[in-house]
Design a protein around this ligand. Sequence first.
Ligand code: NDP
Length: 335
Amino acid sequence: MNTTSLELSKIYDLAYKVLMKHGCDEYNAESVATTVTHAERDGSVSHGLFRIPGYIASLKSKKVNGLSRPSSIFLTQNAIRVEGDYGFAPVAIKVGIPDLIETTNKHGVGVLTITNTHHFAALWHETEALAENNLIGIACTAYKPSVAPAGAKKALFGTNPISFAWPRENNTPVVYDMATSTMAMGEVQVAARDGHKVPFGTGLNKNGNKTDDPSQIANGGVLLTFGDYKGSAIAMMIELLAAGLVGDLFSFEAKEADNNDGGPARGGEFIMALSPQLIAGENWNDHAESFFKQMKSLDGVRLPGERRHNNRIDKGPRNINKQLVDKINNLLNEV
Ligand code: NDP
């Protein structure tokens, strides 16, 4: 793979400028460019600059409002709804998180439902923002169908990611963030682009047979959930939380509403925060640390989130796929 070396500030500039060029105002471009840059910084490559052509396609088709001004209301004392104004999710999240932190610190539990938004990013951004404020964060979102429920050969679920973050005093939080499919479709697309195989059984080809060829899964095939019927149950739960509870589109409805411009479909997101200080009490951190110590004492174990947090220490340039950078520069130079 041919790569171009780009400083993090250059990655931000590239993302920001191309978003501004195609219809975002500063407020919206800043949120999305920050999310993209943080993804590249942490090595979440499938949700960094790789997503820019999709973001731009959805601005060009006018599906997404690059001038969004999400608004926040309290449904109850600790349930908040952010109306996303049909913009990109990072903008709505930025509006909702401060209220969620405040109410959770007061009541121990807080729920943030985000509607009418377009999510194309990793979810650790939002759960980690909560953990950095000493709260436990849980987030999930549904997407257009690309995953077959257990037993089926046709897609009904999205890749439906879920993220969980646990705060740690004087340490980076423990964070997992995973699609409930065997792989995220973004990873499958990256594997197809780079000519790599994926594990056999990652998905089915268009004839309903298991395959290890990512292009056959991405083009007319379907993904499977991890862990057979167990992962399928979690993917179903995410549909119910992020669509049923939030009051936004299920994956199958998102598909019907979408214009297939290559950008993110419309939908909702469910975010929950819990205060260990209020619920577990003073000793919560030491108690959890004793558990992490036990985990880490086992050979071969690493805590989820460690890979990203280690990547983050490196402040130097990142190697970005050259074709991708050329593509984004072309979008920037379009007349
Ligand atoms: P991965 O399978 O790469 O990783 C899943 C999680 O497992 C990560 O938190 C990772 O931590 C952790 N992990 C990986 N290996 C180990 C290990 N050996 N020991 C302990 N923990 C480990 O992620 P996915 O491919 O499933 O998902 C990638 C991204 O795609 C996610 O960020 C998700 O939010 C995003 N996504 C977004 C969608 C959207 O609609 N917006 C749709 C679907 C997915 P670490 O990061 O430290 O490696």
